[in-house]
Write a new protein. Structure first.
Length: 192
């Protein structure tokens, strides 16, 4: 049985319309990726820029988090070396990340940051399980009041399976990855 508070929270999430992330967030990429297995953020050693590694049944790709541009692609990685499994859930980097290991979150486990240093929070809720909703909030994940005030329902996985969602280590990017699509959002990096 649900408590009264749990029932109110469930009803609040069910009633929340899907909306774009608020400023300063902007979507830089939304694309279909069949057989998506996982994603991971990494920093390019030479430039210090963040990149997003995408692992799918069709190979590996590396994306620029600021633009969504493809930096490198390997359509036939060695499955014995590149499957994101084992105790570290890593894959070898490619392109500007060659020689680095990238932690991958997704089908095989792992996770990404769910909070930024300046208070943005991502939560995954399932008030109509098995469907997952991604909630972005600016109030530390409290989700008080109606949607659109301090929290936003930014993704609803009804016909897909959520693989991973989270922020980059700097908090400047966030990704939502399902088994069939990828959404990448960015903002100006917060001042540290």
């Amino acid at each position: 049985m649900f408590t009264e508070y749990q029932q109110q929270l469930r009803e609040r999430f069910l009633a929340a319309p899907i909306s774009p992330a608020p400023p300063p967030w902007r979507r830089v990429l939304h694309t279909g990726i069949a057989g998506l297995l996982g994603v991971g953020f990494a920093t390019e050693p030479a430039t210090g820029h963040e990149a997003l590694m995408v692992v799918s049944a069709g190979g590996h790709g590396l994306l620029d988090t600021g633009t969504g541009a493809l930096l490198a692609r390997d359509r036939a990685p060695d499955p014995d070396v590149c499957e994101p499994s084992g105790p570290h859930l890593t894959c070898p980097g490619l392109g500007p990340l060659a020689g680095e290991q990238v932690r991958i979150a997704g089908l095989h486990g792992g996770g990404l940051h769910t909070m930024t240093e300046d208070g943005w929070t991502l939560d995954v809720v399932s008030p109509d399980w098995p469907h997952h909703r991604v909630i972005l909030s600016a109030d530390g994940g409290l989700c008080h009041g109606p949607a659109g005030g301090d929290w936003w329902h930014i993704h609803h996985a009804t016909h897909t399976t959520l693989r991973a969602t989270g922020f980059s280590p700097t908090g400047a990017s966030l990704v939502i990855a399902t088994n069939s699509d990828l959404t990448l959002l960015t903002r100006t990096p917060p001042v540290r």
